[in-house]
Design a protein around this ligand. Structure first.
Ligand code: HEC
Length: 312
């Protein structure tokens, strides 16, 4: 009897799956909503939630610095979202954003002709859509296409050399696309529309939650469970909204650059964190990196595209 019930349930589950194509994102949607709930609950009342979430924070931090009652979209500005002091200095820098110059440089690259007379406009006729349509899952090639990968594919298909994926022209052109989307108040809207796409999402998620290195850290250790805790002089930001503001201008990167160009891509930031975990980061165009980025971007669905942004 029991096994009959189990069989029928399994069958019903199977047919529902096959009939309803929109369900390919069902698990991802469940994950996303759970994540929003988790962070909203965590920050609802940090002082009261101390034992569950903030065991190492001082009374002073909990009372005077960590912001309470943060709602979904407000998480989009990284660790500035929950820190009163951080947010004050962030607002100050944003009055004269140092990113404008690089957005203009990106616009220039967009208009520049390749040797064959074509330009990026042939690959990306609408700069806004270039930002909103990536990353996506290409069902013919069975792979995730990130904006970085798409830009390099555009270059090579026009007989040009690939660009470096971490900074420089790559970051500038992306800044122009993302700023165009921000100007039109677009939201992150990553789609999962096939079984293969949902499998790519699951692999990205697995990477995110896998413990690595001798410290056995996963991305989630720091950016889910650890969000708002301090590591050295930084507070850990939350996964929610992690991808919506890239490329990012970092003071740390600017200090290292001869032209003071501190703008870097999402892949550059992710690779930095993998290195900090004591691992060799996957290449920007590798399957691992693309799928990890796909998972993270889906988690930011429904949040404003607010890049290029600034960070410490
Ligand atoms: C040991 C803790 C730690 C681990 C593990 C870790 N990170 Fe980070 N990460 C940081 C710190 C510190 C920063 C800088 C402060 C911040 O924004 O959180 C950061 C920043 C980031 C940012 C930029 C956030 C923003 O708002 O601009 C991204 C994206 C990111 N990490 C992704 C990852 C990914 C992906 C992994 C796993 C491969 C990972 N991190 C693992 C500590 C960690």
């Amino acid at each position: 009897m029991l096994s009959k019930i189990a069989k029928t349930t399994a069958l019903v589950a199977l047919t529902t799956c096959a009939l309803n194509a929109a369900d390919f994102n069902a698990q991802a949607e469940k994950d996303r909503l759970a994540l929003i709930k988790y962070f909203e609950a965590k920050f609802e009342n940090p002082e009261k939630n101390r034992n569950t979430f903030f065991p190492y924070s001082t009374d002073d931090e909990l009372k005077n610095n960590i912001i309470s009652g943060i709602k979904h979209k407000e998480f989009s500005i990284g660790n500035y979202a929950f820190s009163k002091n951080g947010k004050a200095s962030y607002d100050e820098i944003k009055e004269f954003p140092p990113t404008e110059e690089w957005v203009e440089a990106g616009e220039e690259l967009y208009g520049k002709k390749f040797a064959n007379g074509k330009s990026f406009a042939n690959c990306f006729p609408d700069p806004v859509k270039a930002a909103t349509n990536h990353p996506y899952f290409d069902d013919k090639k069975k792979e995730v296409v990130t904006l970085t990968v798409a830009i390099n594919q555009c270059l090579t298909s026009n007989g040009e050399k690939k660009w470096k994926t971490s900074k420089g022209k790559m970051a500038n052109l992306q800044a122009y696309f993302v700023q165009s989307a921000q100007d039109e108040e677009k939201m992150v809207d990553v789609k999962i529309e096939s079984k293969a796409a949902s499998e790519a999402y699951e692999r990205g998620k697995e990477y995110y939650y896998s413990q690595k290195g001798y410290l056995k850290l996963s991305c989630a250790t720091c950016h889910v469970q650890g969000a708002a805790q301090r590591v050295r002089n930084e507070s850990l930001s939350q996964l929610l909204g992690h991808t919506s503001h890239f490329p990012v201008y970092r003071l740390k990167w600017a200090a290292k650059d001869a032209n003071n160009n501190g703008l870097g891509t999402l892949e550059r930031r992710m690779a930095g964190c993998v290195k900090d975990q004591g691992q060799n980061p996957p290449k920007a165009d590798s399957k691992e990196m693309r799928e990890l980025l796909y998972f993270m971007s889906y988690m930011s669905n429904g949040m404003p595209i607010d890049g290029p942004d600034i960070r410490k």
